[in-house]
Design a binder for this molecule. Structure first.
Ligand code: 0A1
Ligand code: ZN
Length: 879
């Protein structure tokens, strides 16, 4: 598609139900890398009961034949173009047989049926099924699938699809076949097929109603010993969904397959999840604690989709957040129950603020339910997923756990087996609670991050504190005027001595509770708390009860008070972040001649935290000691000055490392004693703090502490410790860094996921030489544009996490990224478009950089035959 023939957007308002239903589909695959034959037999029933014209979706298919009720169609009885096969006057009930061929080996888009290291696998969400056969490829067309797979026995001993195996056997010429049937009707995007030489890890789960479910995890035989953690996570997820939501698995078999080439993390195909190996494999010597948690989270996420996604699915792709927001919320609850709830909430909020808030403030801002798109693949975003989860969380906060659960029960009971909308979800919540959620629905249609301001007034004569709130949402592309939203604000009041005060609103009886939820629905609202002896410190937006930017009039002393005393752990952390953020932003705004130093109060607060007098949770301490993320700070600057930011962060880290040497070293040593090398929550927490301390120490005094990092690298057998030490050594660019990087590659060159870490680590080293370093790494024999994980490790990390390198003044970083986006676009448009989103931030930089980023966007837009994916991102970014 060239930019002169702009692809047309698809609109939610244009939704029409499909003209027909398919009662059943039988699919026959004769697998071959270059010519795979797919025979599809569709049992058709038109909705009108009369003959209809049927436009089936299809892309890059070679059509061999079509029959209706066994009668071959002549050339004038159908039309084929690049995107459709149109059949005219299809009888109201009939059987259509379509034979097509495809070439999995040439499929570099990794959508439809493709080969990954010799393994055939499919990816059908969102619109990949149309690359397998002609079909009504839309989620509201739900069908029962019968599948026959035929392949070479030697290279493909394992043949899998959704549902239950119902037969199979040997054929002539070294071929064999397998038959699968899925008893559940499903949309095409949940179809899956896998064939290859795979090793299998088996276990089982007994549901609480006593059914035995066989669990099978498949991976390359070299990686099967890295699947135990995923299996364990799966079993805990299955149990958790039964306990927390009363939801049981519904087939006798649940399968997961790991493949090395995959565009996203994983996919929830019914009964046959397909995973990126990066979201499946974990072993302590090859994977970090972060990887372990990520595997656990994604295994849970895909498993939870069996209900929130598969049993109840989306009517159309605009409703994507219906399944994704809900499932992310569910996986967040799961992780929170498995580990530290406070630390999990902090991590989720950091991610939201650093990525989704930035998206919401830029040219690609969209509501959690977009109203139009050019390419749906561009809408698997932080907004649809993470903000979507926040919206579900707000319903949970507004209704309370019990009613929320009732609402979920009603939603599944009402809509099991169908394809529904976000309204249906919120309606279930309204019906069980009797609440008016009409204003709440605006969260689904309004983009942008609301800003909530709060000021306070204490009246000592009446002992009352009034909190005055205002809310507003900034304009976003296509949405100038915004309406007030329904926002839950969880609050508490902290007394002068640090005690949690009872919350009594004027006109109410005292209830004795020390936390409650205030509901904003108007632009301006105030709440008066009574019965107070002295002015308390308000603790507002506890647990981050709404995805908003909060502006309060809390002073530095108030924040220090909250950091010490707030019973809400999230707000203790938030207090420390606010203190640090304010100091950093101030220092960035200062003239470069003045030395930016963190103030003494902040250092002292960190010191108290380290001494452990306040906090017991070591991961929480580590989080609280960490400076806010670059992106969070950047959002608070009118123009992002990358050099000043870099200088300030560095100086802050150095100062903290030097001034807190003794408590940091003491923490390092005591954490090393607690760390038993396991992946229990407490051991992971100890390693988090240990490595946070190490980083500060080495940055603070490189000469003195480099040997400590070197010995950690050499002595530990855990990837978490090794990688943390190596990262810090590479960053300080001392004597050991380069040779240990080499050592690392030498040890792990045969583990693709570890090699990704090696690329990412180097791409993330913030210095002015990085464009050349990244360029050189692209010439490394292990680098390839064909593997999305590797592209993300090198180019993704460089463009998203290397501020001064990527934004170097001469534009070398921008050119490099644009070159690769252009090269990648014709191979894998999805990955190219995603890389491209960084350029969308161009307006946030100085004029010189703006110009350079803009001209790269224009250059990309001028590429003949640019994909829909990249066209949409580049044109909206410039727009
Ligand atoms: N539904 C999956 C995400 C996903 C979307 C598209 C994909 O193909 C390119 C792959 C996965 C999830 O939420 O996990
Ligand atoms: Zn999902």
């Amino acid at each position: 598609m060239s930019p002169t023939t702009h692809p047309e957007p698809i609109r939610l308002a244009d939704y029409r139900p499909p003209v027909c239903e398919f009662e059943e589909i039988s699919l026959d695959f004769v697998l071959d890398p270059d010519v795979t034959t797919v025979t599809s037999r569709l049992k058709v029933k038109t909705r009108s009961g009369a003959p209809e014209t049927l436009a089936l979706d299809g892309r890059e298919l070679t059509l061999k034949s079509i029959k209706i009720d066994d009668r071959p169609l002549g050339r004038d009885e159908f039309q084929v173009d690049r995107e459709h096969l149109t059949l005219i006057d299809v009888p109201s009930t009939c059987l259509i047989e379509i034979v097509t061929t495809i070439a999995p080996r040439l499929n570099s888009a990794l959508m439809g049926l493709y080969l990954s290291n010799g393994i055939y696998c499919t990816q059908c969400e969102a619109e990949g099924f149309r690359r397998i056969t002609y079909f009504l490829d839309r989620p509201d067309v739900m069908t029962r699938y019968k599948v026959r797979i035929e392949a070479d026995l030697a290279s493909c001993p394992v043949l899998l699809s959704n549902g239950n195996p119902v037969g199979g056997g040997k054929l002539a010429n070294g071929r064999h076949f397998a038959l699968w049937e899925d008893p559940f009707r499903k949309p095409a995007y949940l179809f899956a097929l896998v064939a290859g030489d795979l090793a299998c890890l088996e276990d089982h789960h007994v549901t609480r109603s006593g059914r035995r479910v066989a669990l099978k995890l498949y991976a390359d035989s070299a990686a099967i010993d890295q699947c135990a953690h995923a299996m364990d996570s799966l079993k805990r997820s299955m149990r958790w969904d039964e306990d927390a939501y009363g939801l049981e698995y519904d087939l006798d078999l649940f399968q997961i397959v790991g493949v090395g080439d995959f565009n996203f993390g994983a996919m929830e195909n019914k009964g046959l999840n397909i995973f990126n190996t990066s979201a499946l494999l974990a072993r302590t010597d090859t994977s970090t604690d972060g990887d372990f948690q990520q595997v656990e989270r994604i295994v849970a996420h895909e498993y939870f989709h069996n209900w929130s996604g598969d049993r109840v699915t989306c009517r159309d792709w605009f409703q994507l957040t219906l399944k994704e927001g809900l499932t992310v919320f569910r996986d967040q609850q799961f992780s929170s129950d498995m580990h530290s709830a406070a630390v999990k909430r902090i991590a989720d909020v950091m991610l939201l603020r650093e990525t989704q808030f930035a998206e919401d403030a830029g040219p690609l801002a969209h509501p959690i339910r977009p109203e139009s798109y050019v390419e749906i693949n561009n809408f698997y975003t932080r907004t649809v997923y993470e903000k979507g989860a926040e919206v579900v969380r707000m319903l949970h906060t507004l209704l309370g756990a019990e009613l929320f659960r009732k609402g979920i029960d009603l939603y599944f009971a009402r809509h099991d087996g169908s394809a529904v909308t976000c309204e249906d979800f919120v309606q279930a919540m309204a019906d069980v609670s009797g609440r008016d959620l009409r204003r709440f629905m605006r969260w689904y249609s309004q983009a942008g991050t609301p800003e909530v301001r709060v000021t306070r007034e204490f009246d000592s004569s009446t002992g009352s504190l009034t909190l005055e709130f205002t809310q507003s949402t900034p304009p976003t592309p296509g949405q100038q005027a915004k309406l007030p939203l329904h926002i839950p604000i969880r609050v508490g009041l902290v007394g002068r001595d640090g005690q949690a005060l009872p919350l009594q609103l004027a006109g109410e009886n005292a209830k004795g509770e020390t936390a409650r939820v205030l509901e904003l629905t108007e632009e301006r609202q105030s709440f008066t708390f009574v019965g107070l002896d002295a002015a308390p410190v308000p603790s507002i937006l506890r647990g981050f009860s709404a995805p908003v930017r909060l502006r309060s009039d809390l002073t530095k002393d108030d924040l220090l008070h909250l950091l010490k005393h707030d019973e809400d752990a999230f707000n203790r952390w938030e207090a420390a972040q606010s203190l640090a953020a304010e100091a950093i932003v101030q220092a960035i705004r200062m003239s470069p001649q003045r030395q930016p130093v963190p103030d003494a109060d902040l250092i002292q607060a960190y010191s108290r935290l380290l001494e452990g007098s306040i906090e017991q949770d070591h991961a929480f301490v580590a989080r609280t000691l960490s400076l806010p993320g670059r992106s969070f700070i950047a959002q608070q600057l009118s123009v992002i000055d990358v050099d000043a930011m870099h200088r300030v962060f560095k100086t802050f880290q150095e100062t903290i490392g030097r001034e807190l040497e003794a408590p940091l070293l003491a923490a390092y040593r005591s954490m090393a004693r607690i760390d038993d090398g396991s992946t229990r929550t407490a051991a992971m927490a100890a390693r988090t703090l240990k490595n946070a301390a190490l980083a500060y120490l080495v940055i603070g005094q490189p000469a003195k502490f480099e040997p400590l990092a070197v010995s950690q690298y050499r002595q530990s057998s855990m990837m978490t410790d090794r990688l943390s030490a190596l990262r810090i050594l590479a960053e300080i660019d001392g004597a050991a860094g380069a040779s240990l990087l080499e050592d690392f590659y030498g040890r792990w060159q045969n583990e693709p996921l570890v090699v990704n870490k090696w690329f990412a680590l180097q791409a993330g080293i913030e210095d002015y030489k990085s464009p050349e370093r990244v360029e050189a790494l692209m010439q490394h024999p292990a680098f390839t544009l064909a593997n999305p994980n590797r592209v993300r490790a090198l180019l993704g990390t460089f463009s998203m996490a290397n501020l001064i390198g990527f934004h170097r003044e001469d534009g070398a970083g921008y050119r490099l990224l644009a070159d690769k986006v252009i090269e990648l676009d014709s191979k894998n448009a999805q990955v190219a478009a995603r890389l491209l989103t960084t350029f969308g931030r161009w307006r946030r930089f100085d004029l010189h950089r703006q110009q350079m980023m803009k001209s790269q966007l224009e250059r990309i837009l001028a590429v003949p035959g640019l994909s829909r994916d990249s066209y949409e991102i580049a044109s909206k970014s410039l727009g």
